[in-house]
Design a protein around this ligand. Structure first.
Ligand code: HH2
Length: 281
């Protein structure tokens, strides 16, 4: 029999952007009550983790002040942490720390710089690769070898985090963060190599612009709401390559995909809300 909380499939992280300007769902969940309701809905749809963010990282997004980000994120984290595992999507150490105090048990860090907060509070940490800042990251990103560079970067970040005492470290190739469409496809193709590092891998492709470009007619990218097929195809690919979690807007469909990919491939365990992070001694 399975232990309570055991999930025989890759995990699904539901995206909850408490922002007015996220690229796909900006404004939809900006009001705290609506955000909490959407979080509950994602739990009912099967989300294993809800990822709460208060600052968009889309190319060209306007930076948000510390005060505003705290105001957006904290009430939502606090309410949802009672019913589901919550991660906080932030690059500010103060926000990460406050969200952990409010109940988040995973710091989803697109800057890959906040592992000390995770170490200090005994929570998990996601190190995501990025190149440049949202303001300029999509201006002609260039690599000698994107796969080698991203893999080496994530291995180094994970080593640093583990040396600092973080026991639950995830790595994420950062699809769309300082990458062309070709870079994204190369990274997706090379996922088995990233999985071979032996760390749990998180992948986020959901509704991203390269899917629109690839799936629309030439010169007419598919709009955000028409990227479900591409999102599911790439999430399924990532899970089949060994990714242990996908970050998605469309939870129900992604849970179905994870259930179909999962059996016999992997067993990952998500702790119930409030329990110590997976992998903690
Ligand atoms: N992508 C986004 C934000 N956070 N975190 C991880 N670990 N991996 C990702 O690929 C990732 C992420 C961007 O997507 P979204 O949150 O939908 O948009 P926005 O940044 O505009 O709020």
């Amino acid at each position: 029999m399975s232990a309570p909380g055991a999930v025989h499939r890759p995990l699904v992280m539901g995206i909850l952007n408490v922002t007015p300007d996220s690229f796909s769902d900006g404004g939809e969940w900006f009001e705290a009550g609506r955000a909490v309701a959407r979080g509950h809905e994602m739990v009912a749809e099967g989300a294993d983790i809800v990822d709460v963010g208060g600052e968009s990282t889309r190319p060209g997004a306007t930076p948000v002040s510390l005060e505003d980000e705290l105001h957006r994120v904290l009430p939502v984290v606090e309410a949802l942490a009672e019913v589901v595992r919550v991660s906080v999507d932030t690059t500010k150490p103060e926000v990460a720390e406050a969200a952990v105090r409010a109940g988040a048990t995973l710091v989803n860090d697109v800057s890959a710089s906040l592992f000390e907060v995770a170490a200090e509070h005994g929570v998990g940490w996601v190190a995501m690769h990025h190149k440049g800042l949202p303001a300029d990251m999509q201006r002609a990103p260039a690599y000698d070898d994107v796969v080698t560079e991203v893999t080496a970067y994530l291995a180094e970040r994970a080593d640093a985090a583990r040396a600092a005492g973080v026991s639950e470290v995830w790595v994420d190739p950062g699809i769309g963060f300082g990458k062309t469409g070709a870079h994204n496809l190369e990274l997706l193709a090379a996922l088995p190599g990233l999985v071979a590092l032996g760390l749990p891998v998180l992948v986020g492709t959901s509704r991203k612009s390269f899917l629109g470009t690839l799936c629309g007619p030439p010169g007419h990218p598919a709009p955000v709401r028409e990227r479900l097929a591409g999102s599911l195809a790439t999430a399924t690919w990532a899970m089949a390559c060994g990714a242990s979690m996908v970050r998605v807007h469309d939870v129900t469909a992604s849970v179905h995909a994870a259930t179909l990919v999962g059996p016999g491939r992997t067993e990952v365990v998500t702790p119930p809300a409030g329990a110590p992070p997976a992998g903690a001694a």
